[in-house]
Design a protein around this ligand. Structure first.
Ligand code: FAD
Ligand code: AMP
Length: 474
């Protein structure tokens, strides 16, 4: 029986990063992964690379270009007539990007001498993993021995009985990344991160998009001031967002989908050409053998772990979407690094307080730390600094002056407690906010930091000055 220091199950951004870090630290490492891609080939990279972060961003970028050419290029004096979208080309561009990146991970595995065990990994005990080979291969089942096991089996789209996915007219996030034409009328269930991103893609390409959200508040986890502004802007872009709308049933006749939902006024019905079900993600422990091994799961199906990602089984760790915490790729990866380092006898540390969040609408929404509502609920005294992109030279020059930066700092110590950005390239700008918080920085630190002119980052600088009531350009 082959023996490894570490066997990782799952090669998404949690698992593949953990495997690479283990190998870098001199641990003999194998990674079990059973993903089969659209070309019916085994692939590394998990949800993130194959059907998540990367393909969705590829489509967001393509649709952004199209929208810009059609609606904003003329502001710059550029006349483009007859712009059309070739959906199949856009989708195959996305597929090429996915292929290059997933193959890149196999290259990294080879470089780091990580054995990729192709198949479904099943726990036999706390130091043995069975690998059930992929259907196509004629390999035998094998059992490998592991000094340590890292479970990184990720998550899958949540299913809801009123809208079962048929992969034709009713799709989940994976299906929504490969439509072969722009649906005229598109329904989206769930105004969460994924629903808004995918709704935006098809809205920019010309679909009439109706988003049905059961909760009465828009983006309830986001700072209220940001959520309110984002709701206004997204509605103006044409997203028909219906809040307090709980979907109770759907019917399809192979051409269109009828959706029944309840809202404050009673029972409603709409008809669309395609429906995306984006109601969240469910931790994936399918086929893992958790029950047989006594691996503890919570009532929602997450593997129970402590602050250091240790499960109830000795030497078995779990990271990423399959455990508590935000379902984000970078959270999974950082847990992977921390656990690899712990296994190798190093300190290995993960700061859950400074995980950045991004919603890739346009403008983008990004934040780190606490919202104003959380600070109020916790009774923490704070001061705020706000600055609109409208007053930022670079944003004006770009024609992207919607949104603002908001900084929340402790009223006594001035330590930054949260930074919220709704604006162009917020996903990139948030890095400065994360570094500030990681270093326990104050708004004064940010205010004293020299920012290049003219840049979008000046809005952060000005918001920091604003905490102390001394913005220059407002
Ligand atoms: P996953 O990426 O889900 O990988 C788990 C892997 O384990 C899979 O490859 C699976 O095949 C494998 N596996 C499962 N069980 C077994 C088994 N028993 N044996 C062998 N292999 C197994 N996050 C962001 O941070 N930014 C974004 O912009 C973003 N956009 C997203 C857009 C979409 C449309 C979706 C769906 C998700 C998005 N996410 C985004 C979320 C992100 O994809 C996940 O948080 C991330 O992939 C979680 O990583 P993971 O390693 O925990 O699991
Ligand atoms: P997220 O978990 O961020 O992807 O968001 C998923 C969203 O879907 C949540 O805001 C849920 O309230 C919403 N949701 C779940 N079930 C339904 C339903 N039956 N009808 C409408 N919205 C729903």
């Amino acid at each position: 029986m082959k023996k490894y220091d570490v066997v990782v199950i799952g090669a998404g951004p949690g698992g593949y990063v953990a495997a690479i870090r283990c190998a870098q630290l001199g641990l003999s490492t194998a990674c079990v992964e059973g993903w089969i891609n659209d070309e019916e080939k085994p692939a590394l990279g998990g949800t993130c690379l194959n059907v998540g972060c990367i393909p969705s961003k590829a489509l967001l970028d393509s649709s952004h270009h199209f929208h810009h050419i059609k609606n904003e290029a003329s502001d710059h004096g550029i006349t483009v007539s007859g712009a059309t979208i070739d959906v199949n080309k856009m989708i195959s561009r996305k597929a090429k990007i996915v292929k290059a990146l997933t193959m890149g991970i196999s290259g990294l595995f080879k470089k780091n001498k990580i054995d990729w065990l192709k198949g479904q990994g099943k726990l036999i005990s706390n130091n043995q993993v069975e690998v059930i080979p992929l259907h196509e291969s004629h390999d035998e089942k094998i059992i490998v021995e592991a000094g340590n096991i890292i479970i990184a089996t990720g998550s899958v789209p949540t299913k809801i009985p009123p809208a079962s996915v048929d992969d034709k007219l009713i799709v989940d996030s994976t299906g929504a990344l490969k439509f072969n034409e722009v649906p005229r009328r598109l329904g989206v269930i769930g105004a969460g991160v994924i629903g808004l991103e995918l709704g935006s893609v098809w809205n920019r390409l010309g679909s009439e998009v109706i988003v049905l959200e059961a909760l009465p508040d828009f983006l309830s986890a986001v700072d209220k001031q940001v959520a309110k502004e984002a709701e206004k802007v997204l509605r103006k872009q044409g997203l028909d967002i219906r809040l307090g709308a709980k979907v109770t049933g759907t019917g399809s006749n192979n051409r269109e989908v009828t959706i029944n939902y309840d809202d404050a006024e009673g029972k409603q019905q709409i008809t669309v050409d395609k429906l995306i079900v984006a109601v969240g993600r469910t931790p994936n422990t399918n086929g893992l053998g958790a029950e047989e091994c006594g691996l503890e799961l919570d009532e929602r199906g997450f593997i129970v772990v402590d602050d250091h990602c240790k499960t109830n089984l000795e030497n078995v760790y779990a990271i990423g979407d399959v455990v508590r915490g935000p379902m984000l790729a970078h959270k999974a990866s950082e847990e992977g690094v921390a656990i690899a380092e712990k296994i190798a006898g190093k300190p290995g540390h993960m700061n859950y307080e400074t995980i950045p969040w991004v919603i890739y609408t346009w403008p983008e929404i990004a934040w780190v730390g606490k919202t104003e509502e959380q600070l109020k609920a916790e009774g923490i005294e704070y001061r705020t600094g706000n600055f609109p992109f409208m007053a930022t030279g670079r944003a004006k020059a770009m024609g992207e002056a919607t949104g603002f930066v908001k900084i929340l700092a402790d009223a006594i110590t001035d330590r930054v407690l949260g930074i919220h950005i709704f604006g162009p390239n917020a996903s990139e700008l948030i890095a400065e906010a994360v570094v500030t918080m990681e270093f326990d920085g104050s708004s004064e630190d940010l205010a004293r930091t020299i920012h290049a002119h003219p840049t979008l980052s000046e809005a952060l600088h000005e918001a920091a000055l604003g905490v102390d009531g001394r913005t220059i350009h407002m």
